[in-house]
Design a protein around this ligand. Structure first.
Ligand code: IMP
Ligand code: MG
Length: 190
């Protein structure tokens, strides 16, 4: 993957551009077409994890054919997850997903622990199907082996910001996915 120079006016933390708005839009359109074909005529519930996945969801859902619903969850992590720390639901779905076709929409998968937890929770509610769409797959630190049905991009082992991804809550609104300078996030991952 080529990293392009940061555009003029980019925040100081951005070292370069990994994915431009155009590259993202093109891939999201392809994923939307694939999802539309696979779920043809069936209502799919797109479930997104706040807050990072919101931007991908917003573009993806407009590239998927009806019928479709969207719903949200929020989770928070505590402790060092690699050492057995956990994940907890802070906002649950509004929809009942029993017997429904559910597609989880995530911004990025790193260790896979967040998604693994979510899959377990949602599977226990008896959906008819449960699949995953993720924009960015960074598999170098994967701990939990999670099934990914729709993948935007494989990405290198760099910390990124923009298009939903943050450092301590900021930079989500950048229209591109930018590589963050190491000194910007080394005090703790966003
Ligand atoms: P996992 O449980 O290790 O797969 O963590 C995935 C979550 O960590 C994502 O949903 C993001 O919130 C966050 N995350 C992982 N990598 C990055 C990154 O490069 N930038 C911003 N957030 C990230
Ligand atoms: Mg997230």
């Amino acid at each position: 993957m080529r990293i392009e120079p940061a555009p003029p006016g980019a925040p100081d933390v951005v070292e370069g551009v990994l994915l431009s708005a155009g590259q993202i839009a093109e891939r999201v359109a392809e994923l939307g077409a694939a999802i539309s074909a696979d779920y043809a005529g069936r209502e799919v519930i797109l479930v997104t994890v706040l807050r990072g996945g919101l931007f991908f969801l917003s573009d993806l859902c407009r590239a998927v054919a009806d019928p479709l619903r969207i719903d949200f969850m929020a989770i928070s992590s505590y402790g060092a997850r690699e050492q057995g720390g956990g994940v907890r639901i802070t906002k649950d779905l509004d929809e009942d997903i029993e017997g429904k076709d559910v597609l989880i929409v995530e911004d990025i998968i790193d260790t896979g622990l967040t998604l693994n937890y979510l899959l377990g929770v949602l599977r226990s509610r008896g959906p008819r199907s449960l699949q995953v769409a993720v924009l960015l797959d960074r598999d170098q630190r994967r701990i939990a082996d999670v099934p990914i049905s729709y993948r935007g991009f494989h990405m290198p082992d760099t910390f990124v910001v923009g298009y939903g991804l943050d450092i301590r809550g900021r930079y989500r609104n950048l229209p591109y996915v930018g590589v963050a300078k190491p000194e910007a996030y080394e005090q703790g991952l966003g």
